[in-house]
Design a protein around this ligand. Structure first.
Ligand SMILES: [Zn+2]
Length: 429
């Protein structure tokens, strides 16, 4: 999510995948209210390596397969169509399907059964675009899986294609590097160029902080102010709600982020700020799907290079403000105080890395990937209690007082998008 002169609603750069685990968040929200912070994880448990290469063809059984031409047509926002000409020496083909991924290596795949077209003699699989499912320009790495009447199987080599926005092709520009593939529409080229630069500048830092690269090369898709209709089409819903606007979405399902740049947004802020922050969310997703709280947002913001203030200086003022800011309370990521979660949160990771090294960051996330609660992971890596860690962080921030204590409060009803604020009592009161 982006920091800056944005309305509260801007903070709804929600991750599509996380929306799917809303139920999990509900459970987590209960835990949050009981005083724990960001403790539930799912999936993950892996370590990162390098981007995954397309797989070669594979045959199972002893049939001789004759494979003719295969075609791909992908046109946003209509859908995709795959065809293949194939036969087996052992018998007729009884099933054919296409399996594809937009973010190879992250284990999210889609598939579509094919039917045989008597007229063309081809197997044809069609995926009609489901609104909001994927934006344009995502990678489509696909393979055919064919089975004949005797159970012999042919799995084609994987091929990389792109789900293109052909109708607007003249307005789109793109660039790529080893780190990223970026597309932009109705924006100056510097948005694309600086995204390439930002990703290159952060390459080694990302690698060390996460222990490797993402298994896929992320897509960054940027929309200029006049491309609001195209942006909303990619988002799959209206971007505007009330006074705010949803300025982006990040999803590991399709391996990237789409962002809407408004007139006031600079190429630098978008590339070195928003993009790096969102890419960090993609890395997080390789380890775990934590509930979105200050730990997650602060951690992502830790990777941003475009900052309109010194977070440590700013954070010290916040900690001295008398507001109930503590790990136990959690820092807000919404409303007027949303910067607490982002900017104070970022300083927690800056302190961690400054004191225990960048490697500590990787070890914390590897533990989280093995379902260790986030703050316990910090304890295990640093060897100090989380209470001590918090006091040490505050001291590093230039604040000598202990964190405000959390007063017991009844469990109120809640809404996952607007956690109620428990009651706090300042120290000494
Ligand atoms: Zn974020």
């Amino acid at each position: 999510m982006r920091l800056g002169e944005r309305s509260v609603y801007d903070l709804c750069r929600e991750n599509i995948h996380r929306a799917l685990v809303g139920l999990l968040m509900l459970v987590v929200a209960m835990l949050l209210l009981s005083g724990q912070v960001g403790v539930v994880t799912q999936g993950g448990g892996q370590t990162l390596a390098e981007p995954v290469a397309p797989l070669p063809a594979m045959v199972q059984g002893n049939a001789a397969w004759t494979i003719g031409e295969s075609t791909f047509e992908g046109k946003f926002p209509e859908g995709m169509r795959f065809t293949i000409a194939a036969s087996s020496s052992a018998g007729r083909i009884t099933s054919a399907r296409v399996v594809w991924s937009h973010a190879p290596g992250n284990n999210t795949q889609r598939s579509r059964g094919a039917s045989f077209d008597e007229v063309s003699g081809l197997w044809v699989a069609v995926w009609p675009h489901d609104r909001g499912d994927v934006p344009p320009w995502v990678l489509v790495r696909y393979r055919w899986e064919l089975t004949d009447a005797l159970g012999n199987r042919y799995i084609s080599a994987e091929r990389d294609e792109v789900y293109a926005d052909s109708d607007n092709a003249a307005r789109w520009h793109s660039a790529e590097s080893e780190d990223v593939v970026v597309y932009w529409i109705d924006l100056p080229d510097e948005f694309g160029q600086q995204t390439i630069q930002a990703m290159a500048e952060r390459r080694e830092f990302f690698r060390q902080a996460w222990g490797g690269s993402l298994p896929y090369r992320p897509r960054v898709i940027l929309y200029g102010p006049t491309a609001l209709p195209e942006y909303e089409q990619a988002l799959g819903r209206p971007a505007r709600a009330g006074a705010g606007i949803t300025t982006g979405t990040t999803s590991e399902d399709w391996g990237g982020t789409i962002q809407y740049a408004r007139l006031a947004d600079s190429a630098y802020g978008m590339s070195f700020g928003t993009v790096l922050h969102e890419i960090a969310h993609l890395y997080q997703g390789e380890f775990a799907h934590l509930p979105v709280d200050w730990f997650v947002e602060g951690n992502a913001e830790f990777f941003s290079l475009a900052r309109d203030t010194d977070y440590r200086v700013w954070g010290r003022q916040r900690l001295l403000s008398g507001d109930p800011l503590s790990f136990a309370h959690g820092f807000s990521i919404r409303g007027r105080t949303f910067r607490d979660g982002y900017q104070l949160g970022a300083t927690v990771f800056e302190y961690l890395v400054d004191t225990y090294g960048l490697d500590a960051h990787r070890r914390v996330w590897e533990l989280i990937g093995r379902n260790v609660p986030a703050l316990q992971a910090i304890e295990q890596v640093t060897g100090v209690t989380i209470a001590q860690f918090e006091r040490d962080w505050r001291a590093w921030m230039g604040v000598d007082t202990p964190p405000p204590t959390l007063a017991p409060s009844p469990t109120p009803p809640f809404d996952i998008y607007s956690l109620p604020t428990p009651t706090f009592v300042a120290p000494g009161s």
